[in-house]
Design a protein around this ligand. Structure first.
Ligand code: CDV
Length: 311
């Protein structure tokens, strides 16, 4: 475990990636933020979900060939290699979200954790896929994660990086308490995640400000209730006219916002995350071994949807 019990944690928020932007151009932006994060004391940098492309699930596509251009068949690959090389040179770890196409032709919304030597030490495939798989002609845009991705098959696992225990998730996962609890039951100290959250809800007339409110509430409540740090990186602003919320944040185990992005552009926020704060909560109010009562939580795993009350 990390002996000084503090780690330089950075979130590298991204402004829009438009359809016409090349991978090379996107990677150049990531490199710039990597260097800035290093100069400001970061040891690990968190990039967004589907960081290498525009948020393509907003577009209806029937042609596999058309879809393929948004997916990475290998990781790293020549277009993304400069990011791995620079991170190794700088001695930085990072988290990166991208669309994964496996050799068997399976598609996942994926994130990886890379250590300071440039090795991939962890992979996560998104479990809570939001949206729909049908073509909603009446909607202003689509949210086709259920069409373009399979449900992740790797579970919620933890990975040790810089002597700190990390858990990963992606975007909609951050709204589900089960995500964090499964990770905190494996002693996660920091949960890292990327997100693309459209400002407009295509299902009902949700006031725009609620998109940011519910984003922050989800992160803050779950950081506190699981005694861990949360670092969340947005891709935001207007991608070809489709706006997504910003408000990338780093949240302490107290539930407090310690850093928050001010713009909807590429922006780096950094904190020295004191891991002892989480240790205190885990020793006392959230001492799981002492206080949890799983015999009363059975419904959480036995039932999926809400049903009748127990007899
Ligand atoms: N990319 C996402 O998972 N977005 C969802 C939207 C659809 C609400 C989110 O939870 O932010």
């Amino acid at each position: 475990m990390n002996s000084n019990r503090a780690i330089g944690l950075a979130v590298a928020q991204m402004g829009p990636v438009n359809l016409a932007d090349s991978r090379e151009a996107v990677v150049r932006r990531l490199l710039e933020m990597l260097r800035e994060a290093k100069s400001r004391g970061a040891e690990v940098v968190v990039f967004p979900e589907l960081a290498l492309t525009t948020f393509f699930p907003r577009y209806w596509m029937e042609d596999e060939g058309e879809l393929d251009r948004f997916f990475e068949k290998t990781m790293p690959n020549p277009r993304v290699q400069p990011l791995f090389d620079e991170a190794k040179k700088l001695g930085l770890g990072f988290y990166l979200g991208y669309a994964e196409l496996t050799p068997e032709g399976r598609r996942f919304n994926t994130s990886i954790l890379v250590d300071k030597t440039g090795n991939i030490i962890g992979k996560y495939r998104k479990i809570h896929l939001p949206g729909h798989s049908d073509h909603k002609l009446e909607a202003p845009f689509q949210h086709l994660e259920k069409k373009y991705f399979e449900v992740g098959d790797l579970g919620f696992r933890v990975f040790d990086l810089h002597d700190t225990r990390f858990g990963m998730c992606l975007c909609n996962d951050r709204r589900w308490p089960e995500t964090y609890r499964v990770l905190s039951l494996q002693s996660a100290e920091i949960v890292v995640l990327g997100y693309n959250t459209p400002s407009v809800n295509i299902h009902w007339n949700e006031p725009v400000h609620l998109r940011t409110t519910t984003h922050l509430i989800s992160l803050q409540a779950n950081a506190y209730q699981n005694a861990l740090w949360v670092a969340a990186a947005a891709k935001c602003g207007s991608e070809d006219g489709f706006h997504m919320i910003g408000s990338s944040v780093i949240v302490a185990p107290t539930g407090e916002l310690v850093a928050r992005a001010l713009t909807e552009d590429d922006e780096v926020i950094v904190v020295k995350a004191d891991l002892r704060i989480g240790e205190n909560f885990r020793k006392h109010v959230f001492n799981f071994a002492k206080h949890r009562r799983p015999e009363f939580y059975r419904l959480i795993v036995d039932r999926v949807g809400a049903g009748e009350p127990l007899p």
